[in-house]
Ligand binder design. Sequence first.
Ligand SMILES: *Cc1c(COP(=O)(O)O)cnc(C)c1O
Length: 370
Amino acid sequence: MKVPMLDLSEQYQGLRSEVLEVLDQVMSSSQFILGSNVKKLEQDVAKFSNVAHGIGCGNGSDAIHIALQALEIGPGDEVITTAFTFFATGGAIVRAGATPVYVDIDPVTFNIDPAKVEEAITEKTKAILPVHLYGQMADMEKLAEIAKKHNLAIVEDAAQAIGAKQNGKSVGEMGSAATYSFFPTKNLGAYGDGGMIVTNDDQVAEKCSVIRVHGSKPKYYHHVLGYNSRLDELQAAVLNVKFPHLVEWSELRRQKAENYTHLLNERLGDSVVTPVEKEGNYHVFHQYTIRVEKRDELQQYLKEQGVATMIYYPLPLHVQPVFQNLGYKEGDLPITEKAAKEALSLPMFPELKTEQQEYVVAKIAEFYGK
Ligand SMILES: *Cc1c(COP(=O)(O)O)cnc(C)c1O
Protein backbone atom coordinates (compact mmCIF):
# COMPACT_ATOMS: atom_id res chain seq x y z
CA MET A 1 0.00 0.00 0.00
CA LYS A 2 1.11 3.57 -0.69
CA VAL A 3 0.07 6.33 1.69
CA PRO A 4 0.92 9.87 0.55
CA MET A 5 1.37 12.74 3.02
CA LEU A 6 -1.40 14.61 1.23
CA ASP A 7 -3.48 13.88 -1.85
CA LEU A 8 -5.39 16.77 -3.38
CA SER A 9 -6.64 14.88 -6.44
CA GLU A 10 -9.78 13.34 -4.92
CA GLN A 11 -10.90 16.74 -3.63
CA TYR A 12 -10.37 18.25 -7.07
CA GLN A 13 -12.36 15.53 -8.82
CA GLY A 14 -15.31 16.28 -6.53
CA LEU A 15 -15.19 20.02 -7.27
CA ARG A 16 -13.95 19.86 -10.85
CA SER A 17 -17.00 21.04 -12.82
CA GLU A 18 -17.69 23.87 -10.37
CA VAL A 19 -14.05 25.02 -10.40
CA LEU A 20 -13.79 24.98 -14.19
CA GLU A 21 -17.00 26.99 -14.43
CA VAL A 22 -15.84 29.77 -12.10
CA LEU A 23 -12.42 29.94 -13.76
CA ASP A 24 -14.18 30.40 -17.09
CA GLN A 25 -16.35 33.15 -15.58
CA VAL A 26 -13.27 35.05 -14.35
CA MET A 27 -11.48 34.75 -17.68
CA SER A 28 -14.60 35.77 -19.60
CA SER A 29 -15.03 38.81 -17.33
CA SER A 30 -11.41 39.94 -17.92
CA GLN A 31 -11.37 41.16 -14.29
CA PHE A 32 -8.25 39.50 -12.85
CA ILE A 33 -7.05 41.59 -9.91
CA LEU A 34 -9.03 42.66 -6.80
CA GLY A 35 -12.50 42.11 -8.22
CA SER A 36 -15.74 40.63 -6.93
CA ASN A 37 -14.33 37.19 -6.11
CA VAL A 38 -11.65 38.63 -3.83
CA LYS A 39 -14.24 40.89 -2.19
CA LYS A 40 -16.57 37.95 -1.51
CA LEU A 41 -13.80 35.80 -0.06
CA GLU A 42 -12.60 38.67 2.14
CA GLN A 43 -16.10 39.14 3.53
CA ASP A 44 -16.72 35.42 4.06
CA VAL A 45 -13.37 34.72 5.73
CA ALA A 46 -13.69 37.81 7.98
CA LYS A 47 -17.19 36.75 9.05
CA PHE A 48 -15.98 33.18 9.63
CA SER A 49 -13.17 34.59 11.82
CA ASN A 50 -15.71 36.75 13.67
CA VAL A 51 -13.90 39.99 12.80
CA ALA A 52 -14.80 43.04 10.72
CA HIS A 53 -12.20 42.95 7.94
CA GLY A 54 -10.39 40.59 5.58
CA ILE A 55 -7.64 41.83 3.26
CA GLY A 56 -6.52 39.39 0.57
CA CYS A 57 -2.86 39.40 -0.41
CA GLY A 58 -0.26 37.47 -2.39
CA ASN A 59 0.61 34.76 0.15
CA GLY A 60 0.75 33.95 3.86
CA SER A 61 4.29 35.26 4.26
CA ASP A 62 3.39 38.69 2.88
CA ALA A 63 0.27 38.68 5.07
CA ILE A 64 2.52 38.63 8.18
CA HIS A 65 4.81 41.32 6.76
CA ILE A 66 1.90 43.58 5.77
CA ALA A 67 0.20 43.17 9.17
CA LEU A 68 3.42 44.10 11.00
CA GLN A 69 3.93 47.12 8.77
CA ALA A 70 0.31 48.24 9.24
CA LEU A 71 0.87 48.04 13.01
CA GLU A 72 3.92 50.29 12.50
CA ILE A 73 6.39 47.69 13.67
CA GLY A 74 9.78 48.21 12.08
CA PRO A 75 13.44 49.10 12.70
CA GLY A 76 14.43 49.16 16.37
CA ASP A 77 11.42 47.11 17.45
CA GLU A 78 11.50 43.61 18.89
CA VAL A 79 8.88 40.99 18.10
CA ILE A 80 8.70 37.96 20.40
CA THR A 81 7.98 34.75 18.51
CA THR A 82 8.59 31.00 18.33
CA ALA A 83 11.52 29.33 16.58
CA PHE A 84 9.53 26.12 16.02
CA THR A 85 7.76 27.23 12.85
CA PHE A 86 8.10 27.64 9.11
CA PHE A 87 10.78 30.11 8.01
CA ALA A 88 8.23 32.75 6.90
CA THR A 89 7.34 33.67 10.49
CA GLY A 90 10.84 34.93 11.27
CA GLY A 91 11.50 36.06 7.70
CA ALA A 92 8.50 38.42 7.74
CA ILE A 93 9.68 40.07 10.98
CA VAL A 94 13.13 40.74 9.53
CA ARG A 95 11.65 41.93 6.22
CA ALA A 96 9.56 44.44 8.20
CA GLY A 97 12.87 45.73 9.60
CA ALA A 98 12.24 44.50 13.15
CA THR A 99 14.19 42.00 15.27
CA PRO A 100 12.77 38.55 16.08
CA VAL A 101 13.22 37.44 19.68
CA TYR A 102 12.85 33.67 19.81
CA VAL A 103 11.50 32.07 22.97
CA ASP A 104 10.83 28.45 23.87
CA ILE A 105 7.64 26.45 23.42
CA ASP A 106 5.21 24.43 25.51
CA PRO A 107 6.36 20.80 25.14
CA VAL A 108 2.78 19.49 24.91
CA THR A 109 1.30 21.77 22.22
CA PHE A 110 4.54 22.84 20.46
CA ASN A 111 3.20 26.43 20.66
CA ILE A 112 4.90 29.50 22.15
CA ASP A 113 5.04 29.44 25.97
CA PRO A 114 3.41 32.59 27.43
CA ALA A 115 5.65 32.47 30.53
CA LYS A 116 8.75 32.65 28.29
CA VAL A 117 7.18 35.54 26.38
CA GLU A 118 6.75 37.55 29.55
CA GLU A 119 10.40 36.96 30.56
CA ALA A 120 11.63 38.23 27.18
CA ILE A 121 9.83 41.59 27.20
CA THR A 122 12.13 44.64 27.04
CA GLU A 123 11.46 48.33 26.43
CA LYS A 124 11.94 47.62 22.72
CA THR A 125 9.23 44.94 22.52
CA LYS A 126 6.37 46.02 20.28
CA ALA A 127 4.55 42.80 19.44
CA ILE A 128 4.05 39.10 20.11
CA LEU A 129 3.81 36.81 17.07
CA PRO A 130 2.40 33.41 18.10
CA VAL A 131 2.05 30.64 15.50
CA HIS A 132 -0.95 28.32 15.81
CA LEU A 133 1.16 25.32 14.89
CA TYR A 134 -0.34 22.22 13.27
CA GLY A 135 -3.84 23.73 13.56
CA GLN A 136 -4.08 24.33 17.32
CA MET A 137 -4.23 27.85 18.73
CA ALA A 138 -1.47 29.02 21.05
CA ASP A 139 -2.61 30.10 24.51
CA MET A 140 -4.22 33.34 23.24
CA GLU A 141 -5.98 34.11 26.51
CA LYS A 142 -2.68 34.36 28.40
CA LEU A 143 -0.94 36.11 25.50
CA ALA A 144 -3.73 38.70 25.24
CA GLU A 145 -3.42 39.35 28.97
CA ILE A 146 0.36 39.89 28.65
CA ALA A 147 -0.10 42.08 25.58
CA LYS A 148 -2.63 44.25 27.37
CA LYS A 149 -0.44 44.64 30.45
CA HIS A 150 2.61 45.68 28.38
CA ASN A 151 0.77 47.50 25.60
CA LEU A 152 1.91 45.14 22.82
CA ALA A 153 0.30 44.17 19.53
CA ILE A 154 -0.37 40.52 18.70
CA VAL A 155 -0.09 39.20 15.15
CA GLU A 156 -1.32 35.61 14.96
CA ASP A 157 0.35 33.47 12.30
CA ALA A 158 -2.67 31.30 11.53
CA ALA A 159 -1.35 29.90 8.23
CA GLN A 160 -2.04 26.38 9.56
CA ALA A 161 -5.12 27.15 11.64
CA ILE A 162 -8.04 28.55 9.66
CA GLY A 163 -11.16 27.46 11.55
CA ALA A 164 -9.40 26.85 14.88
CA LYS A 165 -11.02 28.13 18.07
CA GLN A 166 -10.27 28.67 21.74
CA ASN A 167 -13.14 28.73 24.22
CA GLY A 168 -15.47 29.74 21.41
CA LYS A 169 -13.21 32.53 20.13
CA SER A 170 -11.86 32.34 16.60
CA VAL A 171 -8.40 32.96 15.23
CA GLY A 172 -8.14 36.75 14.83
CA GLU A 173 -10.60 37.66 17.56
CA MET A 174 -8.13 38.01 20.44
CA GLY A 175 -5.15 39.48 18.56
CA SER A 176 -4.56 42.76 16.72
CA ALA A 177 -4.53 40.86 13.42
CA ALA A 178 -4.25 37.28 12.20
CA THR A 179 -2.82 35.99 8.94
CA TYR A 180 -3.86 33.06 6.75
CA SER A 181 -2.08 31.26 3.93
CA PHE A 182 -3.92 29.70 1.00
CA PHE A 183 -0.86 27.76 -0.19
CA PRO A 184 -2.22 24.61 -1.92
CA THR A 185 -1.37 22.26 0.98
CA LYS A 186 -3.04 24.37 3.68
CA ASN A 187 -6.50 23.47 5.07
CA LEU A 188 -8.07 25.99 2.67
CA GLY A 189 -5.72 25.77 -0.31
CA ALA A 190 -5.78 27.65 -3.60
CA TYR A 191 -4.35 26.37 -6.91
CA GLY A 192 -1.36 28.65 -6.47
CA ASP A 193 -0.32 31.21 -3.86
CA GLY A 194 -2.65 33.35 -1.78
CA GLY A 195 -3.02 34.85 1.69
CA MET A 196 -5.20 37.06 3.86
CA ILE A 197 -5.02 39.32 6.90
CA VAL A 198 -8.08 39.46 9.18
CA THR A 199 -8.56 42.12 11.82
CA ASN A 200 -11.17 43.92 13.87
CA ASP A 201 -9.20 47.17 13.75
CA ASP A 202 -10.53 49.57 11.06
CA GLN A 203 -7.27 51.50 10.85
CA VAL A 204 -5.08 48.41 10.53
CA ALA A 205 -7.40 47.06 7.83
CA GLU A 206 -7.23 50.31 5.87
CA LYS A 207 -3.42 50.37 6.09
CA CYS A 208 -3.15 46.73 4.97
CA SER A 209 -5.31 47.39 1.92
CA VAL A 210 -3.09 50.35 0.95
CA ILE A 211 0.21 48.53 1.57
CA ARG A 212 -0.75 45.64 -0.74
CA VAL A 213 -1.10 48.08 -3.68
CA HIS A 214 2.25 49.88 -3.41
CA GLY A 215 0.97 52.18 -0.64
CA SER A 216 -1.11 53.89 -3.30
CA LYS A 217 -4.04 56.03 -2.14
CA PRO A 218 -5.51 57.71 -4.09
CA LYS A 219 -4.19 55.83 -7.10
CA TYR A 220 -0.69 57.04 -8.11
CA TYR A 221 -0.20 59.00 -4.85
CA HIS A 222 2.04 57.26 -2.30
CA HIS A 223 2.20 58.27 1.36
CA VAL A 224 3.58 54.97 2.62
CA LEU A 225 5.96 52.44 1.09
CA GLY A 226 3.97 49.41 0.02
CA TYR A 227 4.53 46.73 -2.55
CA ASN A 228 2.64 44.50 -4.92
CA SER A 229 0.99 41.70 -2.98
CA ARG A 230 -2.52 40.94 -4.15
CA LEU A 231 -4.78 37.93 -4.19
CA ASP A 232 -5.88 37.36 -7.77
CA GLU A 233 -9.40 36.65 -8.97
CA LEU A 234 -8.68 33.16 -10.30
CA GLN A 235 -7.37 32.00 -6.91
CA ALA A 236 -10.20 33.76 -5.05
CA ALA A 237 -12.77 32.11 -7.34
CA VAL A 238 -11.30 28.66 -6.54
CA LEU A 239 -11.27 29.49 -2.83
CA ASN A 240 -14.91 30.61 -3.00
CA VAL A 241 -15.81 27.16 -4.33
CA LYS A 242 -13.82 25.44 -1.57
CA PHE A 243 -14.71 27.69 1.37
CA PRO A 244 -18.24 26.28 1.99
CA HIS A 245 -16.61 22.85 2.57
CA LEU A 246 -14.02 24.02 5.09
CA VAL A 247 -15.99 23.22 8.27
CA GLU A 248 -16.78 19.71 7.02
CA TRP A 249 -13.11 19.17 6.04
CA SER A 250 -11.97 20.28 9.51
CA GLU A 251 -14.40 17.82 11.07
CA LEU A 252 -13.04 15.02 8.86
CA ARG A 253 -9.47 15.93 9.87
CA ARG A 254 -10.51 15.75 13.52
CA GLN A 255 -12.05 12.30 12.96
CA LYS A 256 -8.84 11.04 11.29
CA ALA A 257 -6.84 12.46 14.20
CA GLU A 258 -9.02 10.72 16.75
CA ASN A 259 -8.68 7.46 14.85
CA TYR A 260 -4.86 7.74 14.68
CA THR A 261 -4.70 8.46 18.42
CA HIS A 262 -6.94 5.50 19.22
CA LEU A 263 -4.95 3.11 16.98
CA LEU A 264 -1.54 4.36 18.15
CA ASN A 265 -2.40 4.18 21.84
CA GLU A 266 -3.84 0.70 21.41
CA ARG A 267 -0.87 -0.68 19.44
CA LEU A 268 2.06 1.28 20.83
CA GLY A 269 1.14 2.62 24.27
CA ASP A 270 3.98 4.79 25.61
CA SER A 271 6.31 4.33 22.62
CA VAL A 272 4.58 7.17 20.80
CA VAL A 273 3.44 10.53 22.16
CA THR A 274 0.19 11.45 20.40
CA PRO A 275 -1.04 15.06 19.93
CA VAL A 276 -2.93 16.72 22.77
CA GLU A 277 -5.87 19.02 22.21
CA LYS A 278 -5.80 21.45 25.13
CA GLU A 279 -9.08 21.94 26.99
CA GLY A 280 -11.20 24.60 25.32
CA ASN A 281 -9.37 24.32 22.00
CA TYR A 282 -10.85 23.29 18.65
CA HIS A 283 -7.83 21.84 16.82
CA VAL A 284 -8.15 21.71 13.00
CA PHE A 285 -5.28 19.22 12.52
CA HIS A 286 -3.46 20.78 9.61
CA GLN A 287 -0.89 18.21 10.71
CA TYR A 288 -1.11 15.13 12.91
CA THR A 289 2.28 15.19 14.62
CA ILE A 290 3.62 12.55 16.97
CA ARG A 291 6.78 12.49 19.08
CA VAL A 292 9.00 9.42 18.92
CA GLU A 293 12.48 8.18 19.70
CA LYS A 294 14.63 7.05 16.75
CA ARG A 295 12.53 9.41 14.61
CA ASP A 296 14.83 9.50 11.57
CA GLU A 297 15.14 5.70 11.45
CA LEU A 298 11.34 5.37 11.75
CA GLN A 299 10.86 7.84 8.90
CA GLN A 300 13.26 5.89 6.68
CA TYR A 301 11.51 2.60 7.53
CA LEU A 302 8.07 4.04 6.76
CA LYS A 303 9.36 5.41 3.46
CA GLU A 304 10.52 1.93 2.47
CA GLN A 305 7.04 0.64 3.34
CA GLY A 306 5.32 3.22 1.11
CA VAL A 307 4.30 5.62 3.88
CA ALA A 308 5.21 9.29 3.40
CA THR A 309 5.84 11.42 6.50
CA MET A 310 7.28 14.91 7.04
CA ILE A 311 9.41 16.61 9.66
CA TYR A 312 7.98 20.01 10.57
CA TYR A 313 10.55 21.43 11.32
CA PRO A 314 14.04 19.88 11.39
CA LEU A 315 16.03 23.09 12.07
CA PRO A 316 14.46 25.73 14.37
CA LEU A 317 14.71 29.36 13.29
CA HIS A 318 17.11 30.50 16.04
CA VAL A 319 19.81 28.22 14.62
CA GLN A 320 19.11 28.83 10.92
CA PRO A 321 22.26 30.05 9.16
CA VAL A 322 20.52 33.20 7.87
CA PHE A 323 19.69 34.30 11.45
CA GLN A 324 23.17 33.74 12.91
CA ASN A 325 23.71 37.49 13.26
CA LEU A 326 21.01 37.45 15.97
CA GLY A 327 23.47 35.64 18.25
CA TYR A 328 21.58 32.49 19.22
CA LYS A 329 23.30 29.15 19.63
CA GLU A 330 22.34 25.51 19.99
CA GLY A 331 21.12 24.96 23.55
CA ASP A 332 19.35 28.32 23.88
CA LEU A 333 15.87 26.83 23.31
CA PRO A 334 16.08 23.26 24.65
CA ILE A 335 12.39 22.37 24.36
CA THR A 336 12.27 23.58 20.76
CA GLU A 337 15.46 21.72 19.89
CA LYS A 338 14.15 18.49 21.43
CA ALA A 339 10.89 18.82 19.47
CA ALA A 340 12.86 19.29 16.25
CA LYS A 341 14.52 15.90 16.89
CA GLU A 342 11.35 13.99 17.86
CA ALA A 343 8.42 15.40 15.85
CA LEU A 344 7.06 13.42 12.92
CA SER A 345 3.94 14.38 10.96
CA LEU A 346 1.86 11.51 9.56
CA PRO A 347 -0.29 11.54 6.41
CA MET A 348 -3.31 13.79 7.01
CA PHE A 349 -6.04 15.05 4.69
CA PRO A 350 -9.85 14.86 4.75
CA GLU A 351 -9.99 12.04 2.19
CA LEU A 352 -7.50 9.77 4.03
CA LYS A 353 -8.92 6.24 4.25
CA THR A 354 -9.29 4.18 7.44
CA GLU A 355 -7.33 1.31 5.82
CA GLN A 356 -4.49 3.74 5.07
CA GLN A 357 -4.43 4.87 8.69
CA GLU A 358 -4.42 1.27 9.89
CA TYR A 359 -1.51 0.50 7.57
CA VAL A 360 0.49 3.52 8.80
CA VAL A 361 -0.01 2.50 12.44
CA ALA A 362 0.75 -1.17 11.72
CA LYS A 363 4.07 -0.17 10.13
CA ILE A 364 4.98 2.09 13.06
CA ALA A 365 4.18 -0.77 15.44
CA GLU A 366 6.29 -3.14 13.32
CA PHE A 367 9.26 -0.75 13.51
CA TYR A 368 9.16 -0.67 17.31
CA GLY A 369 8.60 -4.45 17.49
CA LYS A 370 5.11 -4.08 19.00
C1 LIG B 1 2.68 28.15 5.14
C2 LIG B 1 3.10 28.98 6.28
C3 LIG B 1 3.45 30.34 6.11
C4 LIG B 1 3.63 30.99 4.78
O1 LIG B 1 2.58 30.96 3.92
P1 LIG B 1 2.84 31.13 2.34
O2 LIG B 1 1.48 31.31 1.80
O3 LIG B 1 3.50 29.87 1.87
O4 LIG B 1 3.70 32.32 2.15
C5 LIG B 1 3.74 31.08 7.24
N1 LIG B 1 3.73 30.53 8.47
C6 LIG B 1 3.43 29.23 8.67
C7 LIG B 1 3.41 28.70 10.05
C8 LIG B 1 3.12 28.41 7.58
O5 LIG B 1 2.83 27.13 7.79
